[in-house]
Design a protein around this ligand. Structure first.
Ligand code: GRF
Length: 202
């Protein structure tokens, strides 16, 4: 798998740790970031995984930017792309190179609270249960077929930080488990509803 990350990379770390264990079911072949300072890149380097920085400013169009990232992943033989705190929406250019093969993790029970600050959205709404979702990526924001969800109870005294930390611990479990299940062939992969090329004219 290839991972795309923009930030601190704790989900990436969970994937790197799992891929480094004896009998691991998957390998992280490259970590790609749009941010040269991302902590995720340090984590990858420490684990001995190749890193690639692809910056938006070096590519005149979004399509060319996405194409450069897709080439970096394809060129290293990635079969699966995991978004691990990647803070940009992928364009159809990228998705067409990895149809039904891109997955994401989000800190809420989708379809509730998509987008930024999902933990804050949950607290503001007053839900009593939230959690995390691993899902296949389509062209929307935090939409696409769900692979796995883990619920997390909201406590009355929770802040964004305390709730976020409990969700994050579940995210790490859910992301590793989801990639393992894909590797074992227990999840339809590439996802059938996303893997067809669109009809001409659509
Ligand atoms: C996580 O909460 C993930 O669900 C969301 O972005 C955050 C990334 O955190 N998509 P980290 O970089 O993996 O620590």
């Amino acid at each position: 798998m290839a991972a795309l990350a923009s930030g601190r990379g704790t989900n990436l770390q969970a994937l790197l740790d799992a891929s480094g264990r004896a009998g691991a079911l998957f390998e992280v072949v490259v970590v790609i970031s749009d941010k040269p300072q991302a902590q995720a890149l340090e984590r990858a380097a420490k684990a001995g995984v190749e890193t690639v920085v692809v910056q938006k400013k070096e590519h005149p169009t979004r399509g060319q930017f996405d194409e450069a990232m897709a080439l970096a992943a394809k060129g290293r033989g990635a079969q699966l792309v995991c978004l691990a705190g990647f803070m940009r929406v992928l364009s159809p250019t990228f998705l067409s190179r990895f149809r039904g093969r891109v997955i994401n993790i989000h800190p809420s029970l989708l379809p509730s609270f998509p987008g930024l600050d999902a933990q804050r959205q949950a607290l503001e709404y007053g839900v009593k249960v939230t959690g995390c979702t691993v899902h296949f990526v389509d062209e929307g924001v935090d939409t696409g077929p769900v692979i796995m969800q883990i619920p997390v109870e909201v406590a009355p005294e929770d802040t964004e930080e305390t709730l976020g930390a409990r969700i994050l611990a579940r995210e790490h479990m859910a992301y590793v488990k989801s990639v393992e299940m894909i590797a074992e062939g227990r999840i339809p992969f590439p996802h059938p509803s996303l893997s067809q090329a669109p009809e001409r004219g659509q």
